[in-house]
Ligand binder design. Sequence first.
Ligand SMILES: [Zn+2]
Length: 411
Amino acid sequence: MRATRLLQKLLKIENLVVLDVAIEDDDDGQLLVVSVRAKRRQDSRCPHCRRRRPGYDRSHHPRRWRHLDLGGMRCYLQGHIGRVDCSLHGVVTEHVPWARPAAKMTRRFDDTVAWLAAHSPSSAVCEYMRVSWRTVQRIIARVVADHTGQTDRMDGLRRIGIDEIAYRKGRRYLTVIVDHDTGRLVWAREGATKKTLRQFFDELGATRSAQLTHVSADAGQYIETVVAERAPDAIRCMDPFHVVQWATRAVDRCRSRVLNRIHGLSNDDRRNLRWALLKNPENLTPGQQRTRELIVKRANSELARAYQLKEELRHIVTGEHSGTWRRLEHWLHRADRSRIIELVGLSRSVRQQQIQIYNSVVVGLSNARVEATNTHLRALTKRAYGFHSPEALIAMSTLTRGGACPVLPHQ
Ligand SMILES: [Zn+2]
């Protein structure tokens, strides 16, 4: 078998013909350069509509595309391509079967990088694939754009969650829309205002907006306003995730206030105290468990009551009990009369959103998937990723949570 035929088999790229192969030296060692062309009926096509168009010109210099390493050696495809004159899209560089439009890497290289970026730390991707992080972000944007062009993630939306995420150390915000039924991120844009949210409904369109049955969000007033005007028939829900967050913060404020009034705590106990009150009981370390028991024993202390009320609220809104409305009423009554200012404040917020909270519990929006998506998106914004733009961050979250992750070439 000749070397060119062997390579054609190894590359496994459709509509590609191998013309020649050579080994070159550069500063980073040796590289394999494979000269290729598109099969006859696949050349001279517009990259956008894929129709055959008359040639416009041809470049004198060959173009190169980075491909997956072969036998540990960096590999490039090389070919002469030209521009075509498309009646719809103007004069454009012709389509090549092995790469996305304007890419300097082959489709297989792109897909492998994107898959790795979705599954492993950024440093591992860069080192293994021998590319910069900036290149990885560009590849992700390309793969995601390619995917979203093929399937419309906004089709068939019924139950959505609207959330805002602090980004760049809280100086900016992103509005994100999550599909409750699939757990996928369907839309994200920089900004957290009425205008941002209206953009989402504009893209969704009137027909699909009318098909929304449930919309969940935190208590943001601007969300309330826009949802009322664009999806008036959808049932409004309040993510239990946020209610638990409110309660946790209330207990945290209460802790700071009363900490100095509790006697008989060792330094270790004081250190444990914060986590003992914040974490779910089942996740506590033995030390934190001891501290928690100490607090709970002093059942009269404000902090112990605050903690118990928080735990009860968490149980109610995460749907672990039946008779949600009655339980909520009972809880509100006790929180109001607790004489703990943080809890009285919390009960006011809960009462304002009581119907929305009840809706969520009844409809079962308190599912772990929504919380997982939330946690994931927040972790993404915190990871030492240095996204140079909100678009890059959105592309990354669409890749991992938006169903845009490509399969590996061998799958
Ligand atoms: Zn065209």
